[in-house]
Design a protein around this ligand. Structure first.
Ligand SMILES: Cc1ncc(COP(=O)(O)O)c(C=O)c1O
Length: 498
C-alpha cells in the first residue's frame, strides 16, 4: 500500500482502509507525477483523475527509446498501461494480497488472458464443472479450437478426481471460489495442493466472493481473476475484468520432459536473450501476461471504466457485507416457505457447504444463490414474470436485486441431462441480492409466490407443498429453527390457494 495520505504504521491497514487508499491516484508507474497527472500545474486532486489519452508524451529521443526498451517504466500507450488504470490495478492487487494486477475489458477477457498466459496449443486445462457458462464455452469452443483441451471435474472438492484428470500436458486448474449459480463452495487449499504437487498453476475466479469475503492467494491460488463488472464496480454500469498474480509459483518448474512453462524460461530476443524468469523471477508470468498477451490481443479497458470500477471498490466492503447479510435472511426465509423445494446457500445451517463456508467465508457467503420452486418450469415462469422490485436481468453483484432463470437462459446450452447433473432444474431461479431493505425484498418475493398459487400451476403446487408439509419434513429441516419468524402471510397465502 503506497498512498502518501496514510500515516506510517507497522500494522497492515484493514480492508476498508485499503479499499479507499491503496494505490497512488494518477501517479506514474514509478510513483512520480505524470503529464496531466495530479501534480501537473500544481493541481493535486484527491480522486484519481481520468486520463483519457491514447498515448503519453515523450520528453525526448532518449526517453522514447528507454520506454520502449523497458528501462524507463513511464507510460507510453494506453493499450500497454495508463495512469488511471494503473492506480486501480495497484488497489486491486493490495486488496487481493497479490504482487500485481492487470485490468482488462471484461471478466471474459480476464479468464482468456490468464489461460493464454499459461497454456499453448497441445496443453491441457482441468476445470471444475460448476462454473459460469461463458467460461465453460470459452474453454470448450474457443480454446478447444486453438488446440488447448479442457476436461472437467464433477466434484471440485474431491482431490482424487483432480489427480485422475492430470496429464503430462496439464498446465492449469480452474475453479470459482463461490461457483455460479449453486453456491457450492470450493476447498481452494485442497485443489492447490493437488495442482502444486504436479507443477500445475491454480486459477481462481473470485468474482462472487470478492477479496472482502475471500482472498484465494492466501489459500494457495496462483492467479485470481474477476469479472469486475459485478461486485467490484457494483452498480451495473460498466464492464471490466482483472487478473491478479500471486508470488508463490516457481515458473521455472521442470518435469521429465523439461521446462513446464517454456515460454517463460526460454531466451527472448526482446529481453536481450534472457528469459522472463531470468529477468523477472516470480513476476515472470505477470510481465508476460501484460507485455505479450494483453498488449498483443488488446483487451484494453477504457480509463473511464477503470475510474468507475475504482469508485465502486471504494464502497466494496460496505455493499458486500450488507448484501451477504440480506442474502442469508432471504435464503432462510425461502427455505421455510412451503412452495420452495430447496435453497442452495452455503450460509444456511442445512447446506452441505456450511463447514467450507465457515472456513473460507467467515465474513459472509456472498449474495448470489439459487432456490428451486415446487412446480417446475411453469411455476418458475410465473414467479419470474411476477417480481416487481427484483430486476429480470442476466447480471449479478449489482446494488439492485436481480433474478434469472438459468435453465432457459444462462444454462440453456447445456443438455437437460447436464443441467440435471449440475442440480439446475426447471424450477431453479438465481437471485443476486442488492442493498435494498430486506423487508421490501421479501414482500416482492411473497407477492410472486402469490401469483404462482393463483396461476395455472398453483393448484398442483399447493397440493405438492401440502403433502410435503403433512409429511413433517419441513419441521425437521435445520433451517426451520432459524430466528426469522415466518412471515404472517406464509400460511394465509397457502391456505387461500388450497
Ligand atoms: C463467475 C463469472 N466469471 C466471469 C464472468 C464474465 O464476466 P464479464 O461479463 O465481465 O465478461 C461472469 C459473468 O457473469 C461470471 O459470473
Amino acid at each position: 500500500m503506497t498512498d502518501q495520505h496514510l500515516p506510517p504504521t507497522s500494522r497492515r491497514p484493514g480492508f476498508a482502509t485499503q479499499q479507499v487508499h491503496a494505490g497512488v491516484p494518477g501517479a506514474g508507474a514509478d510513483g512520480s507525477a505524470v503529464a496531466g497527472g495530479p501534480q501537473a500545474g500544481g493541481v493535486n486532486p484527491r480522486a484519481t483523475p481520468i486520463h483519457l489519452s491514447a498515448g503519453f508524451v515523450f520528453d525526448d529521443f532518449e526517453q522514447a527509446r528507454d520506454r520502449f526498451a523497458g528501462t524507463d517504466d513511464g507510460f507510453t500507450y494506453t493499450r500497454i498501461g495508463n495512469p488511471t488504470t494503473s492506480a486501480l490495478e495497484g488497489r486491486i492487487a493490495a486488496l487481493e494480497g497479490g504482487r500485481g494486477a492487470i485490468l482488462v475489458g471484461s471478466g471474459q477477457a480476464a479468464v482468456s488472458t490468464a489461460v493464454l498466459a499459461l497454456l499453448a496449443a497441445g496443453d491441457h486445462l482441468v476445470s471444475a464443472t460448476s462454473i459460469y457458462e461463458g467460461s465453460r464455452g470459452l474453454f470448450l469452443d474457443n480454446f478447444g479450437r486453438l488446440g488447448i483441451e479442457t476436461s472437467f471435474v464433477a466434484d471440485a472438492n474431491d482431490a482424487a478426481e483432480w489427480d485422475a484428470a492430470v496429464r503430462p500436458s496439464t498446465k492449469a486448474f480452474f475453479v470459482e471460489s463461490i461457483p455460479n449459480p449453486k453456491n457450492d463452495i470450493v476447498d481452494i487449499a485442497l485443489v492447490a495442493e493437488v495442482a502444486h504437487r504436479h507443477g500445475i498453476a491454480l486459477i481462481v475466479d473470485n468474482t462472487f466472493a470478492t477479496p472482502y469475503l475471500e482472498r484465494p492467494l492466501e489459500h494457495g491460488a496462483d492467479l485470481v481473476v474477476h469479472s469486475a463488472s459485478k461486485f467490484l464496480a457494483g452498480h451495473g454500469t460498466v464492464l471490466g475484468g482483472v487478473v491478479v498474480t500471486g508470488d508463490g509459483f516457481d515458473w521455472a518448474v521442470t518435469d521429465a520432459r523439461g521446462a513446464r512453462f517454456p515460454h517463460l524460461t526460454s531466451p527472448v530476443a526482446a529481453l536481450g536473450g534472457s528469459s522472463y524468469v531470468e529477468r523477472f523471477g516470480r513476476d515472470a508470468l505477470a510481465v508476460y501476461a501484460r507485455d505479450v498477451v494483453v498488449s498483443r490481443f488488446g483487451p484494453t479497458p477504457s480509463p473511464l471504466n477503470a475510474f468507475l470500477i475504482q469508485q465502486g471498490i471504494e464502497t466494496l466492503s460496505l455493499r458486500v457485507s450488507r448484501q451477504s447479510e440480506s442474502a442469508l435472511a432471504v435464503a432462510r426465509w425461502l427455505e421455510r416457505h412451503p412452495l420452495v423445494e430447496s435453497v442452495d446457500y452455503a450460509g444456511l445451517e442445512s447446506s452441505p457447504y456450511r463447514a467450507l463456508a465457515a472456513r473460507y467465508l467467515p465474513r459472509g457467503q456472498g449474495s448470489v444463490f439459487a432456490f428451486t420452486l415446487r412446480g417446475g418450469a411453469e411455476a418458475a415462469r410465473t414467479f419470474f414474470d411476477s417480481v416487481g422490485l427484483f430486476t429480470r436481468m442476466t447480471h449479478l453483484g449489482d446494488v439492485r436485486s436481480l433474478i434469472i432463470h438459468p435453465a432457459s437462459t444462462t444454462h440453456a446450452q447445456r443438455t437437460p441431462e447436464q443441467r440435471a447433473a449440475a442440480g439446475i432444474g426447471d424450477g431453479l431461479l438465481r437471485l443476486s441480492i442488492g442493498v435494498e431493505d430486506v423487508d421490501d425484498l421479501l414482500d416482492d418475493l411473497e407477492q410472486a409466490f402469490g401469483a404462482v398459487l393463483a396461476g395455472e400451476a398453483g393448484r398442483a403446487v399447493a397440493a405438492a407443498a401440502d403433502a410435503h408439509r403433512a409429511s413433517g419434513t419441513e419441521a425437521d429441516a435445520p433451517g426451520a429453527s432459524g430466528t426469522d419468524a415466518p412471515r404472517a402471510s406464509d400460511t394465509a397465502l397457502f391456505a387461500g390457494a388450497a
